[in-house]
Structure formats: structure tokens, C-alpha cells
Ligand binder design. Structure first.
Ligand code: SPV
Ligand code: MG
Length: 669
């Protein structure tokens, strides 16, 4: 593709402004002339070949173009009789250079980037017109029929639209017009517009209208035009554009949309906070502060700011961007409410939403998949729980006891209010792990077997893991367990202050259970912390005082002692339906310690919402056994139904087709 710019004319209506150079060299702001702006736009669009017809002050023009140092190869063609002919003859002189798709523009035309982007994107030959501007008295108008340009000239008013001499002409269409131009010039019709030749073709050149509505696309014929265009450009250059990014890697697709957005105005990038990102996809690989740095270092980004929630409201109200840019993927799906809010806010002050087609290039999907598999690696997975706690304040974990339940915890998402809610982490429960193996929860399933469960889960998931370490066993054994768990990529082990034959806490005092002494258990914690090799691994001390009815005071004394011994978190447990003793514990613990994370397993006291627990000062909510309790009755019912009917047909209605189950299984994590 080549650009053809017509610059032979005298520009006499510009007065003194064209006394020393051709009109196209008129300055339109402090850093650009009409021509330098056109050439920059042409170069930005990737066009490398530009043909310029010259005449008036041709030497000055050639030197000027070469001095601009643009990645453009120029061909200058002089119209030797520029002062006796119109530009139709300049095109005729250049005809040998024009055997290509052509972008044709007059040398005095100023247009904003949005116009040129539309021209470049047009799949068909086109001329820019405006459906919103009034018909000018003395300038070009196009006669339009079925969105096709039939004629162009000053004299047409019927079925006409305001039109500007900026064309995209595909080679075959252009040839038809150029042949007519040649015919005109060789029969001495050299003092008319090139469009006079076009008008004889009755639409045969297949030029479509390209409606640029109110976007800037104007010729500068005189100083008054110059003043208007300069003012419009000032307004355009002060426009701001807002985009929000959640990504922690920047790939070619992001750069492409950033470049497009930059052409619309000064680009402000909002970087979504870690908490907001984690709330709808996953914990980002790098924190918001580093993601901000990445965007700050992209050339041409005007400003990078924080966006603290999925909603754009705060930043739109603060920065009032003229334009918000987004991929069109949010037109449908769970992000739709966010988009609706954006359009409502933009409407309050006349802002505009620009959406570009979402890139479904498989190479970007592959980068995403690779990022996902990185997340599954032990060193990356292990540290994410701590980062999530810092970012979100409250983290939720759901029980998983094998690969399949792991996948359910990994992939179950509920969309609400424009956000996507999912579990942050996985709990590998001793109760469910034992039950899945048909064994009682009495530390009978040995560590080797429990580690195997962890591996089954880590092989197919990416979320952080909290491991139920029971009592931790003997201190001498626990130190080995800590290192093994670190190697497996586990983020936290929770050990309970019991000793002897441990039974599940949900039995409470119905069975004999012995609480460990503060001294012994503190020594176990200390030894575990000493054995630990990675800095992010956490040991959480679980206090059984309320379960074993030892009282609030005992629970608190133990909590502070275990923190003193090095515990990274405290789990307080209760089997009462009423949440008040847990609430009292949190209040009393937080009065003295506002930092140490508090972990809860609200199986019995299940009426309180996560939001309320967060408000009260809890940090990790573990749903410890609900998936298993859901699967057991479903399995029993299916088994009974088959037994009752001596066949499986009646059972089918309660079953998920295997095709759907298989969809849960990733091809590769
Ligand atoms: C488990 O899930 O194994 C637990 C939590 O330890 S609880 O069953 O509530 O004791
Ligand atoms: Mg347990």
C-alpha cells in the first residue's frame, strides 16, 4: 500500500502563511505541521511508501520531508506546470508510481487518528464523509446512493453528504479512476478536479462512504480554517483515555490494544489491586506495585493509577476520561454489569466507550495456560496464601480429598454483581482424607498416604493448600513433615494441641481426648519453625480448649503462648451452633494481637457470613467437609435406587452425564 499526498498547489488563500513554503508546511501546533502530522499518522499505520506531488516551493518541501527522519521512503513527483493546472494533472504526472492500493489525501487535510484508523481498517475502497456535519456551501460534497459514492464536487446538494478528500482505494478500483484521470489529462482537461473524472464513472470505481461523523477531518484553506483546526486539535490532545488491566504479564495482544488506545488520547492505565484480581480470577503472579511498574515503562503511557475494585466508578469520577477502552469480551458474560456501570457513568459527562475485538489468538491463550502451569509449581504455589492474606484480608478454603474434588474447588465460580466468586485455597482435611479411604479420623492414615493425596491434588490444580496436620505427631517426626510439606508446595499446616490418640474434634467430649500441655505444644511449634526452609510456609496452631470445654481463658492463654512460640496463625475451634464463643475469642484475642491471622472452621456455627467474620477480625474461613457430605448421600441414593429397581434407568435422572464430568479434567495444567 502507498500513500499519495497532493502538495503541488499554491495555497494562495493562506496569505503570508505560504509566502516561504507550500501550504502543507503550515504549523498547526507547537510541534507539528499539516504534513508532519499526516506523515506521522501514515508511518504509525505501517505505510512505508509515500508519493508526494510537488510544485510550489518543491525544494523546500523535499528537504523538509527528508529532515523529518521518518521510516518512510519518499517519491517526489513534480508537476512542472503546477501554476496552470489542477491536481488532476499532478496525479497524472505521478501515474507510473501508483500501481498499488492507495491512500489518497490532499496536502491540506487534517484528521484525527480515529479517522485514519477507520480508513486503514476499511476492507473496501472508501471516501470519508460525515452524516452529522451540515453540507458546506463551497466545499466538497458527495452524492451517495446505497452507501456508495456516485459523484464528488462542490455543486451537488441533492442526496449529498459532507465529504473530505481522504480516500482508501483498492488497486482495481483505483485503476478505474486513474485510467479516467489519464484520459482527461491527455485530452487537455487538466484544470478540473480529479473527482470530475470520477464523476464520469457513475460509481464504477466502487468507492464506499466511510462515515466519520463528528471526528476531526478538515481541509485548511485559509487562516480562519487554521484557527478552527488548531483549536480542535488542542481539545483532541487534551483528551484522556482510560483502560484497566488485571494481567501480570504483558503480551503482544495487550501492547496492540494499548497502542490503539494511545491514538485516541493521553492514556491512563488503572492497575487492578491484588484483591480485586484475586476476587475474579486468581492471585496475580506479581503484586500490584510491580504490575504498575510494568505499565509505567511502556512508552507513551501518560499515567498509571490504582484501581481498587472491579468497578470503574472511583477512577472514572476522579479522572473523568473522555474515552474508556476495553475489549468487546465484556459485552456479554459476567462482566456485563461492570460495563453497564461504565456506560452509565460516561453518559453523565459525555464520555465515550470504545471497544475493540477481543483477541482470541491461540498464542495468547497458550501464554495464559503456561502461566497457569507455573502457578501449580511448588515454589510459586506455596507463597500465594500469604500474599492472598495480605491482599484480601480474608481467604476462603474448601475441602478437597482427591484430584476430582480438587478440580471442583479449583474451578467452581459463581458470578455475582459483575464479579466472580471462587474459593481461594484448598483444605486437605484429615477427616475427609481418612473417610475417603474408609478409615476413622484417628491419625491412622499415615503421612505417606496423606502426602499422596496432596500430590493427587497438586497435579491437577493451582490453588494454595492448607494441610490438616492433626497433632503433628511426635515433635521429632513433625520436623520432617514440615520439610516434606514445603517440598510439596503446601502453604500452611495446621496442628492441633492434642496428644495421645487423637479423635475428630466434632466428637468433642463424647470421646476421650487429651489436650497437650502448653510447653510441649509450644516446643513442637518452635521445632517446626526451626526446621522450615522457605520463608512463606506457615504453621498454624489449633486450639482445642473450647471443644474440650476448658474455657475461654485457657483458649486465650494458649493462643498467646503459641504465637509467642512462633505460630504464624491461630485456629480456634468450636462445635457449638451458636457463634458467640468464637466471636468472644476473636474480640479478646484481637484486643491484644491485631496481626496474627485467625483461622475458623465454621461447620457448626455456620450462620455467619464470610463478610461478617472478616469484619470481626477473622482471616481464613475453612469449609472443612461439605463436599464429602454432599457426595455421600448422592452416592447412597444412586446405589439404593439401582438396588430397588434392579436396573439403572430410574437412577439416570439424578446423574451427571460423564461427558460433563470429563469437562472438569484439564488437558494439561
Ligand atoms: C478436619 O476437617 O479434619 C478437621 C476439622 O480437623 S474438624 O473436622 O472440624 O475437626
Ligand atoms: Mg482433622
Amino acid at each position: 500500500m502507498k500513500a499519495l499526498i497532493l502538495n503541488s498547489g499554491l495555497g494562495s488563500r493562506m496569505g503570508v502563511l505560504t509566502s516561504e513554503h507550500p501550504k502543507c508546511m503550515t504549523e498547526i501546533n507547537s510541534h507539528e505541521t499539516i504534513l508532519s502530522r499526516q506523515l506521522r499518522q501514515i508511518a504509525d499505520a505501517g505505510i512505508e511508501e509515500v508519493v508526494i506531488t510537488t510544485g510550489y516551493y518543491d525544494g523546500v518541501l523535499v528537504n523538509y520531508c527528508n529532515s523529518l527522519d521518518l521510516p518512510i521512503h519518499f517519491t517526489f513527483v513534480k508537476n512542472p506546470i503546477y501554476n496552470q493546472t489542477n491536481y488532476i494533472y499532478s496525479i497524472y504526472c505521478a501515474r507510473e508510481e501508483l500501481d498499488d492500493d492507495i491512500i489518497l489525501m490532499h496536502g491540506d487535510l487534517v484528521f484525527e487518528n480515529g479517522v485514519f484508523d477507520k480508513v486503514m481498517a476499511s476492507p473496501v475502497s472508501c471516501m470519508t464523509v460525515s452524516s452529522t456535519l451540515p453540507l458546506p456551501e463551497k466545499d466538497f460534497k458527495a452524492v451517495v446512493k446505497n452507501d456508495m459514492i456516485m459523484k464528488v464536487g462542490i455543486e451537488f446538494f441533492n442526496d449529498a453528504m459532507e465529504a473530505q478528500p481522504l480516500y482508501k482505494l483498492l488497486k482495481n478500483d483505483w485503476k478505474i479512476w486513474l485510467d479516467k484521470i489519464v484520459e482527461f489529462c491527455e485530452s487537455d482537461k487538466r484544470n478540473v478536479y480529479a473527482e470530475n473524472a470520477l464523476n464520469e464513472l457513475d460509481g464504477a470505481a466502487n468507492i464506499h462512504t466511510l462515515d466519520v461523523e463528528n471526528l476531526l477531518c478538515s481541509e485548511i484553506d485559509n487562516p480562519e480554517d487554521l484557527a478552527v483546526v488548531t483549536a480542535r486539535l488542542k481539545e483532541i490532545e487534551s483528551r484522556t483515555v482510560y483502560m484497566c488491566f488485571a494481567s501480570d504479564i504483558i503480551h503482544g495482544g495487550h501492547i496492540a490494544i494499548i497502542k490503539k488506545a494511545q491514538r485516541l488520547g493521553k492514556l491512563i492505565i488503572g492497575v487492578l489491586s491484588d484483591e480485586a484480581v484475586a476476587s475474579y480470577k486468581r492471585m496475580p503472579l506479581v503484586p500490584a506495585s510491580e504490575r504498575k511498574l510494568m505499565f509505567e515503562n511502556i512508552a507513551g503511557v501518560y499515567k498509571v493509577v490504582d484501581q481498587d475494585s472491579l468497578s470503574y466508578r472511583t477512577n472514572l469520577e476522579k479522572y473523568k476520561p473522555s474515552i474508556v477502552v476495553h475489549g468487546d469480551d465484556w459485552v456479554t458474560g459476567f462482566q456485563r454489569p461492570i460495563r453497564d456501570e461504565v456506560t452509565d457513568i460516561l453518559a453523565t459527562y459525555g464520555g465515550k466507550l470504545v471497544e475493540y475485538p477481543y483477541s482470541s489468538d491461540p498464542k495468547y491463550a497458550e501464554i495464559d495456560a503456561r502461566t497457569r502451569s507455573d502457578l501449580a509449581m511448588p515454589d510459586i504455589r506455596r507463597g500465594r496464601l500469604k500474599r492472598m492474606l495480605d491482599a484480601k484480608g480474608l481467604v476462603t478454603a474448601m475441602e478437597a480429598h482427591d484430584g476430582l474434588t480438587g478440580l471442583i474447588v479449583e474451578n467452581t465460580v459463581v458470578h455475582q454483581e459483575g464479579g466472580a466468586h471462587q474459593f481461594d485455597a484448598m483444605w486437605i482435611s484429615s477427616l475427609c482424607d481418612s473417610t475417603a479411604k474408609g478409615k476413622p479420623d484417628i491419625e491412622l492414615v499415615d503421612m505417606t498416604s496423606r502426602f499422596r493425596t496432596i500430590e493427587d491434588i497438586t497435579e491437577v490444580t493451582t490453588k494454595p493448600i492448607i494441610f490438616d496436620g492433626d497433632t503433628g505427631g511426635k515433635t521429632e517426626h513433625f520436623v520432617y513433615t514440615v520439610r516434606s510439606l514445603e517440598r510439596l508446595g503446601v502453604s500452611m499446616v495446621i496442628i492441633e494441641d492434642k496428644t495421645g490418640l487423637k479423635k475428630n474434634s466434632l466428637f468433642g467430649t463424647e470421646v476421650v481426648q487429651t489436650q497437650d500441655s502448653i510447653e510441649n505444644f509450644s516446643a513442637k511449634i518452635k521445632a517446626g519453625k526451626k526446621a522450615q526452609r522457605t520463608k512463606e510456609f506457615m504453621i498454624c496452631a489449633r486450639i482445642e480448649s473450647l471443644i474440650l470445654e476448658q474455657g475461654m481463658e485457657d483458649a486465650l492463654i494458649r493462643a498467646f503462648a503459641f504465637v509467642e512460640a512462633g505460630a504464624d496463625a491461630i485456629m480456634i475451634h468450636s462445635r457449638k451452633k451458636d457463634p458467640s464463643e468464637i466471636q468472644e475469642f476473636i474480640e479478646k484475642f484481637r484486643a491484644k494481637d491485631c496481626m496474627t491471622p485467625i483461622v475458623l472452621v465454621p461447620t457448626s456455627f455456620n450462620s455467619v457470613t464470610e463478610e461478617e467474620w472478616k469484619e470481626r477480625g477473622a482471616n481464613i474461613i475453612i469449609y472443612a467437609n461439605q463436599l464429602m457430605r454432599a457426595e455421600v448421600p448422592a452416592m447412597q441414593k444412586a446405589a439404593e435406587t439401582i438396588l430397588k429397581n434392579h436396573r439403572a434407568e430410574e437412577c439416570d435422572a439424578m446423574l451427571m452425564p460423564f461427558k460433563e464430568i470429563i469437562r472438569l479434567i484439564p488437558a494439561e495444567v
